[in-house]
Design a protein. Sequence first.
Length: 301
Amino acid sequence: MKGLAFFVFGVVACFFQTVLAVKKCGHNDGFRPFRFCQLGDIQIGFGLDGWQNDTYRMHLAAQQVNAQDFDFCIAVGDLTNDRFSYEIQAFQDTFPEFEPEIHLLPGNHDISDVATLKQFSVDYNVSDHSAFSHNGYRFIMLNSITLISNLTEFQDYTHAEWRWFEKELESAAKHREEIIVSHHHLPFEFTEDEPDSYWTFPNRVRGKYLELIKKYDVRHILVGHRHETKNIYATDNSFTIYVVAGTARFFDTNGFGINYFDVSSCDSATGVSQEYVHLQGVTHMKRSLGLPNGCPDIFAH
Ligand SMILES: *[C@@H]1O[C@H](CO)[C@@H](O)[C@H](O)[C@H]1NC(C)=O
Ligand SMILES: *[C@@H]1O[C@H](CO)[C@@H](O)[C@H](O)[C@H]1NC(C)=O
Ligand SMILES: *[C@@H]1O[C@H](CO)[C@@H](O)[C@H](O)[C@H]1NC(C)=O
């Protein structure tokens, strides 16, 4: 009798183990621990000390990243400040210094209309939004400009991107992959129902976005745009928004730096840890007073 109980227990335990393993690690590309990094706004041309110094700090970031064993990094948009040809040239000249793959996202300084949307892919040889799978995780990289804009000229792109986003979420869920989302703008800064601001998704689309994030159990969202470094939490603590200032300007007291991520299990709720590390080799860390002005407007009025 006792033997039978143990046998039944064993079968049940084994069954659950199998189910859990299948549930959490992805179908094809099973889980292995990995590390990745989040680069904030590189924004060459925005720093108070001139675009050459922004470029120099991008070079320092490359050295720092290369000394780590990241599988890849994600740069969360605003690659240059004005898209001036010398800024883009400086970016392109420095970019190959990074040894791991760096996934580039657009910010509002890169894309503010359909012409610059098209130009982004020409300048950086990447799509404005894309996704990739890595060790049982799906990374979805959104172009938050077209996603949250209501400019008439973006309309078709906006609809297409929302459809694409939902399809990616569905596909990741179907493949039992954990999901990490990144884009330029903050979904919100303090509370999920706060009023619209320059930094965040407008309420017009914020609810729809947050519903998807919750529906698909997204636990981690990587953003830039704010030029501050901090973590923002969901009301129910189900997800974290990681904001990192980057290497051109910061408006808080956290300086220039990079977010390091360690992924130690295929449960993104518990297996992802983050650490903010200052940019090494910077001799002057002057805080930027005031707020940006003259930034591209991506909304219709
Ligand atoms: C730019 O960087 C150089 C060297 O990194 C430094 O000597 C110089 O002071 C910086 N420029 C400004 C205006 O801070
Ligand atoms: C553009 O990217 C593709 C692959 O994504 C690569 O094969 C090609 O060499 C790149 N072209 C340039 C000019 O970097
Ligand atoms: C466009 O969106 C902005 C920000 O969400 C809003 O203030 C504005 O009223 C909207 N304009 C139109 C024409 O819908």
